[in-house]
Design a protein around this ligand. Structure first.
Ligand SMILES: O=P(O)(O)OC[C@H]1O[C@H](OP(=O)(O)OP(=O)(O)O)[C@H](O)[C@@H]1O
Ligand code: HPA
Ligand SMILES: [Mg+2]
Length: 190
């Protein structure tokens, strides 16, 4: 899919295609809908900016099968301009509303070191939600080692730096419709 696109030369190989994402998002939405069938509504908390594409597609898929959906966004950043986590999670945008008593599902594009999510879950736990679960499109092996409970996972992928479908390197590549491995030469480590 990167073929013919502006970024074709920067992508080593595609690992999750547009079609893969569509199919898996639908499966995840059915699963979440079944698990929350008794809930009045679910509050999706998208983690900006990476989760924008997945949030939009997942919310629409859930709308086909599940209880009513409300959306909120938080913006946090730990990667900045690099390819490794700075280890410091900064809130760039907080929730606009109270989440007390709500069934919250955090929507992430990727769980990599797990640092962002473990920080976010502690933060949300302090806001008295009824429940806090996580759906992530992608998960890397390192994330499995940290103690972050991720209830719904789209794809387990290798430990390589990936871009596309919301994921960036230095704010670029987010618009690619699938997910591909960025050539290390692009970030100067080949
Ligand atoms: O598990 P971790 O190692 O913490 O990595 C995962 C987080 O890193 C990325 O966000 P980033 O800080 O790049 O901000 P962005 O979404 O605005 O690109 C990604 O969107 C996740 O939120
Ligand atoms: O592999 C990745 N790509 C883009 N952003 C990320 N944030 C954590 N891991 C990644
Ligand atoms: Mg990023």
């Amino acid at each position: 899919m990167a073929e013919g696109s502006w970024y074709a030369d920067d992508i080593d190989r595609m690992i999750v295609t547009e079609e893969d994402i569509r199919t898996r998002t639908d499966e995840l939405a059915k699963q979440v809908a079944a698990d929350f069938a008794d809930s009045e509504s679910v509050l999706l908390v998208g983690v900006l900016k990476g989760a924008i594409m997945f949030m939009a597609d997942f919310a629409r898929a859930l709308g086909r099968y599940g209880p009513p959906v409300e959306v909120e966004f938080m913006a946090v950043s730990s990667y900045g301009q690099g390819t490794t986590s700075s280890g410091v999670v900064r809130i760039l945008k907080d929730l606009d509303r109270d989440i007390a008593g709500r069934s919250v599902i955090v929507v992430e594009d990727i769980v990599d070191s797990g640092l962002t999510l473990s920080w976010l879950l502690k933060y949300l736990a302090s806001r008295s939600a009824k429940s806090v679960d996580v759906v992530t499109l992608l998960r890397k092996p390192d994330a499995v080692r940290v103690q972050v409970p991720v209830r719904y996972v789209g794809f387990d992928i290798p430990s390589e730096f990936v871009v596309g479908y919301g994921l960036d390197y230095a704010e670029r590549y987010r618009e690619l419709p699938g997910v591909g491995v960025l050539k290390p030469s692009v970030y100067g480590r080949s």
